[in-house]
Write a protein that binds this ligand. Sequence first.
Ligand code: B12
Length: 526
Amino acid sequence: MKCLLVSLQSNACVTGLKCIAANVRDKGHDARILLLPGYLELELDPAVEGFIREYNPDLIGISLMSIEFYPARNLTRLLREKFQAPIIWGGVHVTVKPDECLKYADYICLGEGETVIVSLLEHLLHKGKEVLPEIPGIWVNCRGEIIKQPDNPPEMDLDILPFQEYLPDYYYGLHKNSIYNFARTPKLFRKYAIYGGTCHMMLTTRGCPFTCGYCANSYLVKVFGKKIRERSVESCINELKGVKKDPYVLYINFEDDCFFAHNREWLEKFCEKYKRHINLPFIVRAIPTMLDREKLFMLKDAGLCVVVMGIQTGSDHVNFEIYKRRVPFATVMKAAGLLVESKVAPYYEMIVDNPYETEEDEMESIKQMSRLPRPYTISLAHLTFFPGTLLTERALEEKIVDPEAYLTRYMVKIDTTYFNKLLYMTPYIPRFLIKPLNKPKAKRSVVHVMLTDSLFFFVKRTIEPAVFFFVLTRGLKYNFNWTLRTVLGNWKSGLAKILFNFLGKSDMEFDERLAIARKKMPDLFK
Ligand code: B12
């Protein structure tokens, strides 16, 4: 059986689909992945149609995060006009809003897709699509008749799943009205991959025990539970041995919500094997309460170069009451101290544009962030009210948010307010300047505004890139070869950040494309 797995993401890092495709092929079926970046056209591109006709899949899967809901709806409409193959939707948005998604697809997959999709292919092979499948985790829409199957429990033994490749030879993508095999045109793959394809994204665990109000996990725990499921060190290292063969992979980006959730024993073994067999710089994510000195220094010694740590706000009130995140700023200070001491590059994530925040909260956040030990770098994300989260439920009840806002706006596109600019500059300008500028609107003069605007313009183009370069070089232990390759591999993303203040130009284009489609295809958005 042949299964075509489509991603509408604006970038080529499709971990979930790569995991599914690997399992489908491992179980004796065929799978191809097709990236249609931000595809939102009135008609199906002839190249896409030709590619699907030639492959002639028995099943078409579409993966979607919430932001891709309209593109998925549109693509499903276009595919139905031309092909008979049944269509299954899967991904975070489907898991969170199954009833809504089942209106458009023949099948939807709630939760993880690796085993579910294999069972569905086997059902289609042996019984055909006219017989309704009874597979846990799959809901069926048979000409309007809805059948909801029980949940498919998440896979506890992650080691039984096949490895995720960096660039599988069955990965294709649409580029300027033609379909390319990415493995045969790696330059094109790198054009769409995040950070110019210099990193391999990987998870050593699945799940997160926290239920922060703004995070999809505050809903997903209902499906996956709170337990963190862990891969063995051997499984991770063996996957990476394959990945490392591609000379373009410069570093490994571990996307686990908190890498420090691994116990000491696991980390000790990991560090020893990683250093011996992989020896590439790597990035991990940390939750301040879980950052541990011994683990941090162990990882640093094994090649850890960047730690991404969510701080979200400097105000304990907002963290505790609004975000339901029990991380006092005193703990953040302690964790930040450790990061600076270890000389890894600290990258802090903050949430802004929160309608629940008062001016006092914003000022408190800026004040606290300016106290953090330097050097550090920072990223700001717009508070997006994703469906199903605790905070969204509250905001919808209180009618303070447009229920559709998450469909049209990217988290990276922040409001250009006075406080956002000042917060952004906290790591880069002298502390004695922050204090007098950190004033409520009523007390600000034209001088404050002009000074903040010009400092922001200047800092973004000079001090920020310099600090980035410095912390990264230091995180890479001043290794000339690694630094040079990282800079060369990332110069485009770096330049985009300096010029436009966001991480991916393609994300921004996707945002604009949605706005255009809204005008061109009003029916789709009803
Ligand atoms: C790595 C990651 C990324 C990576 C790679 C994404 C990817 N597709 O692999 C990058 C950096 C590109 C990314 C970008 C964004 N991300 Co992100 N990301 C993650 C993260 C940390 C891990 C995802 C992952 O690899 N999971 C492991 C795999 C195995 O799981 P999975 O992807 O969910 O896929 C499984 C199932 O969902 C299902 N499945 C998925 N697709 C399909 C399709 C079919 C047909 C079937 C049957 C099943 C199926 O089976 C898969 C295998 O089990 C998650 C948080 C988390 N811990 O899950 C956030 C998360 C998915 N991201 C999120 C968001 C918001 C974004 C952005 C919108 C942020 C932004 N920039 O504004 C962008 C979207 C970019 C875009 N449209 O191009 C949210 C999504 C919330 C929502 N309701 O949609 C999450 C859940 C974070 C959160 N906690 O809120 N992200």
